[in-house]
Design a protein around this ligand. Structure first.
Ligand SMILES: Nc1ncnc2c1ncn2[C@@H]1O[C@H](COP(=O)(O)OP(=O)(O)OP(=O)(O)O)[C@@H](O)[C@H]1O
Ligand SMILES: [Mg+2]
Length: 387
């Protein structure tokens, strides 16, 4: 089975939402420590504040909390804030680290009252551990199995009340019974550019960097709605300023630094741009099958599909149609190219459902079911709606 969190070629990219181990250490220093410092996500923040406040007023342990959303948007950060706000100790583990129910039993049985247990990538926990977690979350009890085979007995163990904070990038993979046991579910969305500016402003102050207002927005607009990428680009700009002997960074300097790292004005990197360029220049805007497109840019199919495409689709630059990938009007514009024909005529874009060009519409299932798996132009199966 392939690892669902696996993203090919994503570690060496500046604009990936994921993080390497070293980066996670650097990041720890920039994490906001309380809800007030946590930028954006107003709805989730407000709801979470209410959940925590109410628990404190009742003098009880907070309900279990599930945080979902793409990498780098602040799930780990929020889980730490939950513990901080509750004044409770925090224990950290993750789905992949809990492969046997015994691993989970060991953690659960050592929790103290009110403790917050953060389970990262909770969708990757093994099935037996998951079943043990159901009972622990609902009844604060685990059955410790002693012995094997016919002689095995289950010894029930009462647990003190605790709070599970689960985080997942793939909420859809969580089994219903597990999802239902969380009293509060918060879904984190991509950040607006102004919110990312605030994130960068805060980080710059902590890193003792001097940037103009325009430099903040220059970096923010290249950060793909993701605080992790924003902080990463800021650190690259810092390196560039240091090497070039700049005491203060203005928009021009920030742009030059990021151009040097091949992150363009919309946050596209070399891979994204080569996919778009191939689509526009080699295939006249498509439709072209995914595998042909991947060969044209010299990448694996999976890399194009899971690394480059999601953001290109989200930005309305690339469309997925039953007949293959097409360049959207914004793609031609972004690359400074002239589209082959008038989009208002019976051109390429008529392949998309009406009003397409945004993520929602590009992903819509049309009534004729033409978004079902289709033969792509090379006779290979592709699924239009995979992510
Ligand atoms: N709302 C926010 N305000 C300020 N900084 C933030 C915010 N959200 C995230 N960050 C910063 O972005 C970085 C990544 O956040 P975090 O590790 O919480 O993401 P995540 O959702 O847990 O990602 P992953 O899915 O990869 O585990 C952290 O360094 C954190 O400081
Ligand atoms: Mg995390």
């Amino acid at each position: 089975m392939t690892d669902p969190s696996f993203t090919p070629h994503s570690d060496d990219r500046l604009v990936t939402g994921g993080a390497s181990t070293e980066e996670r250490e650097v990041e720890a220093a920039l994490r906001p420590k309380n809800l007030a410092d946590f930028v954006g996500q107003h709805r989730v923040r407000k709801q979470l504040a209410l959940v925590l406040e109410a628990a404190k007023l009742r003098g009880a342990t907070a309900d279990h909390i599930l945080l979902s959303g793409p990498p780098g948007l602040g799930k780990t950060t929020l889980s730490m804030i939950v513990a901080e706000e509750m004044g409770a100790p925090l224990r950290i583990s993750s789905g992949p680290a809990i492969q046997h129910s015994g691993d989970l039993a060991a953690i659960l049985s050592s929790l103290t009252e009110g403790e917050v247990l953060f389970l990262d990538e909770i969708h990757r926990m093994s099935r037996p551990a998951e079943e043990m977690l159901y009972m622990a979350m609902e009844d604060f009890r685990v059955d410790i199995v002693v012995g094997k085979g016919a002689g095995a007995t289950a010894i029930p163990l009462e647990l003190p009340p605790f709070t599970i904070v689960g985080a997942t990038t793939r909420a859809g993979l969580l089994p219903g019974p597990l999802r239902d046991r969380f009293g509060f579910t918060g879904h984190l969305d991509f950040y607006a550019t102004e919110e990312l500016e605030m994130v960068i402003r805060r980080s710059a102050a902590m890193l003792d960097m001097n940037l103009t207002n325009e430099a903040f927005s220059e970096i923010a607009s290249r950060s793909r709605g993701t605080p992790r990428i924003a902080n990463r680009l800021l650190r690259r700009v810092r390196d560039w300023a240091l090497v070039n002997g700049l005491a203060s960074v203005d928009a021009g300097a920030a742009a030059s630094a990021l151009e040097m790292y091949e992150v363009d004005s919309r946050g596209l990197d070399r891979l994204d741009r080569s996919v778009l360029e191939a689509l526009c220049t080699k295939f006249n805007g498509g439709p072209v099958g995914l595998s042909t497109l991947a060969i044209a840019v010299g990448e694996e199919i999976e890399t194009v599909e899971t690394v480059a495409e999601p953001y290109l689709v989200r930005e309305g630059l690339l469309g997925r149609t039953p007949r293959g990938r097409i360049a959207m009007p914004a793609a031609w514009e972004h690359l400074g190219l002239k589209p082959p024909e008038d989009p208002s005529s019976d051109g390429l874009w008529s392949l998309l459902p009406e009003g397409a060009g945004t993520v929602e519409t590009a992903h819509q299932h049309d009534p004729q079911g033409s978004y079902m798996p289709q033969e792509d132009t090379e006779g290979m199966l592709f699924f239009d709606d995979q992510d």
